[in-house]
Design a protein around this ligand. Structure first.
Ligand SMILES: [Zn+2]
Length: 499
């Protein structure tokens, strides 16, 4: 029986419609710590306004919305409704009533059979006898589970939508986007109340120089460069932050870690799918940059960034020593020199040693067969297929949420399914990252002037080349003058090609 028919019968019978109130104390999102008294008062006011007779008030106290605890009064209410005690249920919010999709379906079933209509103080009336009413209730249930913060459903949904559309609600624009449209809008200046014209920006369009800078930064990281290297590049190009300041390393790192760069929308720290704006870098590249920058084993680039080619790469050749050498200025000597970190004496003139190693590297990279040094793309990695797979897994996660929201799967099934999907996604992402990492030798072999190409690389890139190509072991130098007349013992420098 439909609620409308039922109410017509009740009215025809001359009686006022009978209502029951259901209150629940919980630590749910909506109305956390909202006392029973407050819920009850609001519900009674609603009954008053509509001229309903409240015949019973049910109260349950459970702390978690997801606990399987039996709600005694809730069960009692369902039994009473089954007997026809009332045709109207009043609750402060739908999430007071149902804690899981299963409970919601049971409730819908009962409402349909007994012609019960549901009214809430917060979300209005829900006609569970109509398909659209049922859908609303299911969506409300799903949203309640997804939103963990104390904001209204509508506000949250609207913000999600805005995040996806890349809408900018004013404030500082994100580096990379915001091409002036030529239009202006009025804005009131805080404090003075003065009205000024501010330019309207198109947030879906990349600003060419800034977009290119994001791609350059990503490429630098992928080919072994450093955040500091990119910061210097930005400074050389005269590119500033969107507040007009020089971009410092921590901010630069954050810029490269934004999913926005790859056209991915984020809401409350979670990726929610593709945004509607132009991407600055392809997604595999972005994932790879994230994998590299967030790798805990990454040699940090803050503070003590090596200033010399071989610092912490050249190894000590003293028997049994596994330490690397570091460049220091020791004692009265103004000459920087490499020394074993375990202090195995005998510093090596840093300029001379680095020049020697660079000559070796450039010479090797200039050989006709140097292109063979390039590492083949990782075997069997098909970036396009991986990309597709990652999108499919993301879609499956969304589907699972939908199934759970509509009560077709249980909380346990939902959790299990999404855990599996997330683990798969992690695997695919790390493979994608490997596929996108560029061999540091790319651009250094097969070019007409290897020396010039080398000189154009920043130190981070040069160190990456050294690390991937050559092992340098510093044996204890012979004392005194060498046969070549100098004091530098080249024979004590052992080198082994890695490729
Ligand atoms: Zn040593």
């Amino acid at each position: 029986m439909s609620p409308t028919l039922r109410s017509a019968i009740d009215t025809a019978a001359g009686g006022r419609q009978r209502a029951v109130i259901y209150c629940r104390i919980s630590q749910d999102r909506t109305g956390a710590n909202l006392g029973v008294d407050r819920q009850r008062e609001d519900c009674e006011a609603l009954a008053e306004r509509n001229g309903w007779d409240v015949v019973e008030v049910y109260v349950d106290n459970d702390v978690s919305a997801f606990s399987g605890k039996l709600r005694k009064d809730y069960r009692r209410m369902l039994a009473d409704l089954e007997l026809g005690t009332a045709t109207i249920v009043i609750a402060w919010h739908t999430d007071r009533l149902h804690r899981s999709p299963t409970e919601l379906e049971e409730y819908i079933d009962l409402s349909e059979r007994r012609g019960v209509s549901t009214h809430t103080c917060q979300a209005g009336s829900i006609d569970l006898s109509s398909p659209s009413g049922r859908m609303t209730a299911r969506i409300l249930g799903a949203v309640a589970r997804q939103e963990s913060e104390h904001k209204g459903h509508r506000v949250a949904a609207a913000r999600r939508q805005k995040a996806k559309a890349g809408e900018w609600s004013g404030g500082i624009r994100p580096f990379g986007w915001g091409v002036p449209t030529g239009e202006t809008k009025k804005k009131t200046v805080k404090g003075t109340g003065e009205e000024v014209d501010v330019p309207v920006l198109n947030m879906t369009k990349l600003i060419p120089e800034e977009g290119a800078a994001l791609e350059v930064g990503s490429d630098m990281i992928l080919s072994g460069g450093s955040i500091r290297g990119w910061v210097r590049w930005l400074a050389n190009k005269g590119l500033l932050s969107t507040t007009g300041k020089a971009i410092e390393p921590p901010a630069a790192r954050d810029l490269l870690l934004r999913p926005r760069n790859a056209g991915i929308a984020v809401y409350q720290g979670e990726e929610i799918g593709r945004g509607l704006w132009e991407a600055a870098v392809p997604e595999p590249k972005f994932r790879a940059v994230v994998a590299i920058l967030t790798n805990p084993d990454r040699v940090t680039t803050t503070g003590s960034q090596p200033k010399w080619l071989g610092s912490l790469i050249y190894r000590c050749g003293r028997a049994g020593c596994t330490a690397t050498a570091r460049c220091t200025k020791v004692g009265g000597s103004k000459q920087p020199s490499y020394r074993c970190q375990a202090d195995h004496g005998g510093g090596r003139n840093a300029d001379r040693l680095d020049r020697y190693i660079v000559d070796l590297l450039v010479d090797r990279l200039s050989q006709p067969d140097a292109v063979d040094l390039l590492e083949p793309a990782p075997d069997g990695i098909n970036a396009a297929a991986l990309q597709l797979e990652s999108e499919q897994i993301r879609r499956r996660l969304t589907d699972l949420a939908g199934l759970f929201g509509s009560g077709q799967i249980t909380m346990a099934q939902f959790t299990e399914g999404s855990d599996t999907a997330r683990a798969q996604l992690e695997g695919v992402t790390s493979q994608l990252a490997r596929a996108a990492v560029t061999d540091p030798l790319v651009g250094l072999v097969g070019v007409p002037d290897v020396r010039a190409a080398w000189d154009a690389c920043d130190l981070g890139r040069q160190r990456a080349v050294l690390r991937s190509l050559l092992e340098v072991i510093l044996h204890p130098p012979r004392p005194g003058r060498m046969p070549d007349g100098g004091y530098f013992d080249y024979e004590a420098i052992e080198t082994r090609w890695k490729r």
